[in-house]
Design a protein around this ligand. Structure first.
Ligand code: ZN
Length: 244
């Protein structure tokens, strides 16, 4: 596995995604906020992004290191799974489980469980399976058993009923910068911005979406997440977001 030269710390949170820039686009603001709040956050990209229309894998690696600095990541690694070929195999599950055992994150951030791109869908399933497997005492890989306590799924841009939103108003400018760090993808031409869908400028799309989610909860910019379990509130009196 290739990784940055930053020494390996224990992580509070590990975000797992198929392609470099997926994390920045879907939940970069929340990651920056978690780091602002003193958490150690790492990102595991599953592929090098070599199938992307623009830029080489090497350029994308350099861009991803720049983006990691902007976000303040403690670690960023890459599993070198073939791009557009993220398959849910035992080998891939164990390789992700190795990273989870090594860094022992209490929380893992995964792509939402319904996706257009097959790699994103596989990344979700691989991440979930690896979280489970990593906690098995008798698993055939090195390291102490560790199972993250919490899994949250990024659901911004998905037409679903989101479980909760994170206010990223103070982090939104840095999120946009972290995406713009992918210079090999976004060279300034209108076509280069259109990685989400033809005719959709990704920067405008991220801004409009975050503003929309912000409106739903009474803040300027927000990112959307889903969880499979219920959410427990300690003090209902303190719940934000006006009812009427
Ligand atoms: Zn992607």
């Amino acid at each position: 596995m290739r990784k940055s030269s930053i020494p390996d710390p224990a992580l509070d949170i590990l975000a797992i995604a198929a392609h470099r820039d997926d994390v920045e686009i879907t939940c970069g603001g929340t990651i920056i906020k978690l780091i602002d709040n003193g958490r150690k956050v790492g990102v595991l990209d599953l592929t090098q992004g070599e199938m992307g229309t623009k830029g080489t894998a090497q350029e994308r690696e350099r861009d991803s290191i720049d983006a990691a600095k902007i976000m303040g990541l403690s670690w960023r690694g890459n599993l070198n799974i073939p791009d557009a070929g993220v398959e849910i195999t035992r080998e891939n599950k164990l390789n992700v489980a190795r990273v989870i055992r090594k860094f022992k994150p209490a929380m893992v951030i995964l792509p939402y469980w319904v996706q257009r791109h097959p790699d994103h869908l596989s990344a979700c399933q691989l991440g979930y399976d690896a979280c489970f497997l990593a906690g098995l005492k008798k698993l055939e890989i090195e390291g102490e058993p560790h199972r993250p306590r919490k899994i949250i799924y990024t659901s911004s841009f998905r037409e679903v009923r989101h479980s909760f939103f994170v206010d990223v108003s103070s982090q939104f400018e840095r999120k946009l910068k972290s995406v713009a760090a992918y210079k090999s993808q976004f060279d300034g031409t209108p076509q280069a911005q259109e990685i989400y869908k033809p005719g959709v400028d990704i920067f405008e799309f991220m801004t409009v979406s975050a503003r929309h989610y912000g409106y739903l909860v009474g803040v300027k910019y927000a990112e959307a997440f889903s969880v499979r379990e219920n959410i427990l509130i300690d003090d209902p009196f303190e719940m934000p977001v006006r009812s009427i």
